[in-house]
Write a protein that binds this ligand. Structure first.
Ligand code: K7E
Ligand code: CUA
Length: 620
């Protein structure tokens, strides 16, 4: 069979290939090979990832969209892209960022940089309620998994600069944590010459409090830190519940060409924070007012923070499912370091320190390290499976290493195409990972898909981790830029079909076409519109030039996915309203004329007829 024939066969003739797979012993491939992959292996791979028409995936994967400011939703194992959730960026497809409500939430910013999605947890297990995602610009957002919509954007938070090490939640979603990647003089707005970086610039760790019932976010507490670059984080769980770990680079406190200046020391630090102690100190009113918020200083609150030396310029810090180990991946070396939480506690009790940084004790490396695991070059992030299996992404080696907690042996490697960053395992950040699927989130995809010019998509590769040897099953291509993703069992997420009418408390909602129409309040025009197949009532809106117009559209449909939109071309208006929802948009009628508006979302055989006119009468 030709290469193309095999590929077509894998895609179109899965049933036949499955039959072939059953007929073939894996050791006796028949009918050629794609590279070194036997046809029977392709057939098995195809069968494992194939989700037949009408069937559903087992898992949701929520992947960060990087500087697209969005979250992408995939089904696992099919790797099909199911949905895009706009968070920090307007998204015309859903009208996000055009209506008054989402515009207000975006607060005038039109992009964000999402790196780390974090599913809400109960007892260390994903509970399917919310998804939190960070933005580099000091923000955290909450997506409600009942309707897959962004409900709150919190921040920019005072003092935190370059919020990369976020939005990691604690095991009962008490907090979503954040930290400064770029230390600055605080409060923001203070100017200090760069020569004083080492003493006058500060990193900040912050905890965003999450309301257990509503998910509403508010500021918990902050801790001022030495000017390192805080990079990744993970909350302790099980044995280490109550602690938070943040990796950092640039222990050198260098400025300028960090590529070299921040890579001189053999070890940087992981900050271990007793967050319950921070909570107590904050509740007791400790801390100094900086930038309008109380900030705890570890010098004044002993026992709050300890520094764990970790070589060399660590990136990922990952806590094992039982909470006993903290895995720190020094990206400039060939090993990943496993720290023992119990040993950390003993070292703290015995004051087994090797120094201090701005009054924060540095714990002795040899006393808390259990192993340096020789995973390979450029270790970045670690995920977990069952039975103590750990999987570390290797950026430089472009591979995933499989190794074991406790024995520290590296047992397998699978190449990634190419340059893997994060990796995500099914239920991988919980206290009980599933140990079946692992997705490599790669930075490059070069040559593995039809070319689209100088800018190529990223790639995500599905790996089967149920057996001794990891098996690459599938390549999917993704938009920029999946840093991290989380994979949750599909049955944990309970979505709604339509918004229950009794939950719609919008003051301008109308449920009957006879209530639709114009009113004027204090010089403002309010137009209530009802959207239902296949009319936007009223079908004409008349206003005077210069008036400020608020249009409130209620979609009174009772059927799921029966959306209606309102596009008003010359006024840059584009709203989409889900069944049971009311949205408003406000504009100044500063252009006289007649402007057609129409439903943007194909809704019925008479969708095309769902149209009307805005008439803006000339002044005078
Ligand atoms: Cu790309 Cu978590 Cu921002 Cu690692 S981060 S790769
Ligand atoms: Cu309503 Cu198309």
């Amino acid at each position: 069979m030709t290469k193309r024939g095999i590929l077509l066969g894998a895609a179109a003739g899965v049933a036949a290939l499955v039959a072939l797979a059953v007929a073939c012993a894996p050791s006796a491939p028949r009918g050629g090979a794609r590279g070194s992959v036997a046809v029977s292996d392709l057939a098995v791979a195809a069968q494992k990832t194939y989700v037949a028409p009408g069937d559903l995936d087992e898992y949701y994967m929520f992947a960060s969209g990087g500087h697209s400011g969005q979250v992408y939703v995939y089904g696992i194992p099919s790797m099909r892209h199911i949905s895009t959730i706009p968070v920090y960026t307007p998204y015309p497809a859903t009208g996000y960022g055009f209506d008054d409500e989402s515009k207000a939430m975006l607060g005038g910013l039109t992009w964000g940089d999402v790196h780390h999605p974090s599913l809400s947890e109960t007892n260390g297990d994903y509970d399917g309620r919310w998804l939190f995602v960070n933005d580099m610009n000091g923000r955290v957002a909450r997506v409600d998994l009942r309707d897959f919509k962004t409900k709150q954007i919190f921040g920019p938070v005072a003092n935190v600069s370059g919020n990369h090490a976020a939005s990691f939640v604690t095991p009962n979603t008490e907090y979503s944590m954040m930290a400064s990647r770029f230390s600055i003089p605080i409060p923001k707005g203070t100017v200090v010459p760069i020569e004083k970086y080492a003493t006058d610039y500060k990193g900040v760790l912050a905890a965003i409090k999450i309301d257990a019932k509503t998910g509403a976010m508010s500021l918990g507490w902050q801790i001022v830190m030495p000017p390192f670059d805080y990079d990744l984080g993970d909350a302790g769980k099980g044995a280490s519940d109550g602690w938070m770990f943040w990796s950092s680079y640039n222990a050198e406190r260098a400025t300028g060409n960090l590529e070299t200046t921040a890579s001189q020391r053999d070890r940087d630090y992981i900050a271990a924070v007793d967050w319950r102690a921070a909570e107590k100190a904050a509740a007791a009113g400790q801390g100094d007012l900086i930038g309008g918020v109380k900030v705890l200083d570890p010098k004044k609150v002993p026992g709050l923070v300890y520094l764990m030396p970790c070589g060399k310029s660590p990136h990922g810090v990952d806590v094992s499912p039982d909470g006993k180990y903290i895995i720190g991946s020094g990206k400039l070396q060939g090993v990943t370091t496993a720290f023992n939480f119990e040993k950390l506690q003993t070292a703290i009790r015995n004051k087994d320190f090797s120094g201090e940084e701005d009054g924060i004790p540095v714990v002795k490396y040899e006393s808390i390290k259990d192993a340096e695991v020789p995973v390979g070059l450029g270790p970045l992030h670690t995920q977990f499976g069952t039975d103590g299996w750990a999987y570390t992404s290797l950026f430089v080696d472009s591979a995933i290493a499989k190794w074991k907690l406790g024995t520290w042996e590296v047992v397998d490697k699978v190449p990634m195409s190419y340059s893997i960053g994060h990796l995500a395992a099914a239920e991988g950040d919980t206290v009980s990972p599933d140990g079946n699927w692992l997705v490599g989130l790669n930075k490059l995809s070069h040559g593995r898909h039809l070319s689209v010019g100088p800018s190529q998509p990223e790639s995500s590769q599905l790996v089967d981790i149920t057996e001794e040897k990891m098996k690459l099953l599938y390549d999917a291509f993704t938009e920029p830029e999946p840093h991290y993703a989380q994979i949750v069992k599909a049955d944990k997420i309970k979505t709604i079909e339509v918004y229950p009418r009794e939950e719609n408390k919008h003051p301008l909602a109308v449920w009957d076409i006879k209530d639709a129409g114009v009113s004027r309040q204090g010089g403002k025009v309010i137009e209530k519109v009802v959207a239902v197949r296949s009319t936007l009532t009223p079908t004409a809106i008349e206003v005077n030039e210069g008036e400020t117009v608020t249009v409130a559209i209620t979609n009174i449909e009772n059927t799921t996915d029966e959306l209606h939109g309102l596009g008003l071309l010359d006024y840059n208006v584009n709203v989409v309203v889900d069944p049971g929802e009311t949205k408003t948009f406000t504009f100044k009628a500063d252009k006289p004329g007649v402007f057609p508006y129409y439903c943007t979302n194909f809704c019925s055989a008479l969708h095309q007829e769902m149209q009307g006119y805005l008439i803006v009468k000339k002044k005078g």
